[in-house]
Design a protein around this ligand. Sequence first.
Ligand code: NAP
Length: 276
Amino acid sequence: MISLTGKVALVTGASRGLGRAIALFLGETGADVVVTDLLIENDVTDKDKMAEYGKLAAHFSGTDKVRTQQTADEIKKMGVRSLGHKMDVTQPAQIQAVVSETLKQMGRIDILVNNAGVMDNMAVMEKQTLNMFERDLKINLTGAFNCIQAVWPYMKKQKWGRIVNISSFVGLRGALAQPGYGASKAGIIGLTRSLALEGAGYGITVNAVLPGFIGTEAVKMHDPKMLDQIKDRIPVKRMGNPDEVAPLVAFLGSDHSSYMTGTAIPVTGGADLFSF
Ligand code: NAP
């Protein structure tokens, strides 16, 4: 049994999808959880920012799929502490404010899960723009760097920390018509391994999880025909569920994983093994 009782975890991009499933699972295993996302319920300041936030945020904003505070409320009902905060991972000042509030309310930070990401920039090379490419890197890769930098001094001081970065198997394989996404997810593996080397002397482990196709709300928005073709190419012939990724994150966030650092672990139903 994995127990995270007494640990405090911060999860980014946890309003829906994988992030929400991870936040709920960490709560179930006993952690106090800070649920953060770019979008939060009833936030009127979001409305002006949709061009900057992107297609998925525009699609979900104002719907019942924005569940940042709701997720925190659900976690509290499990008998642990939880906070819900708006936090844009590209804004170091916002991250610092959430980290300070977490330390004030919960006294510590033990586990950081860098899950926030965008995957809406799909276009062949002639149609890519520098802006969109850099946006992929800024949110998916630099966003993880920003969050790690904000928690690092506290983890270093307490000589214990667990950082789990959500990359993707495309970080190893490449992503057709998603050069920015593929580069950002490969970059996360490099960031993970580099900081694993540095954290090793301070009791901080840094690992990456590489999901395959996971049937989150965002993925299910794709053309059903395309999804069927994808499923057919996955050795287990189906997409994964967020609940099939979350337990690995909890394990990497626990004491049990103390001899694992700098790893990049696929959770893909065999999709990363694909070869002709
Ligand atoms: P998702 O539903 O789109 O979740 C991503 C979350 O990140 C959303 O809640 C989104 O918020 C948030 N976010 C976007 N930009 C942000 C920012 N600047 N600051 C803070 N939060 C931000 O997608 P998902 O399928 O659950 O994927 C979650 C993570 O797993 C991503 O990093 C993705 O790349 C990775 N992944 C997913 C799959 C898959 O098949 N699902 C496979 C491999 C890897 P908004 O509400 O504003 O959009």
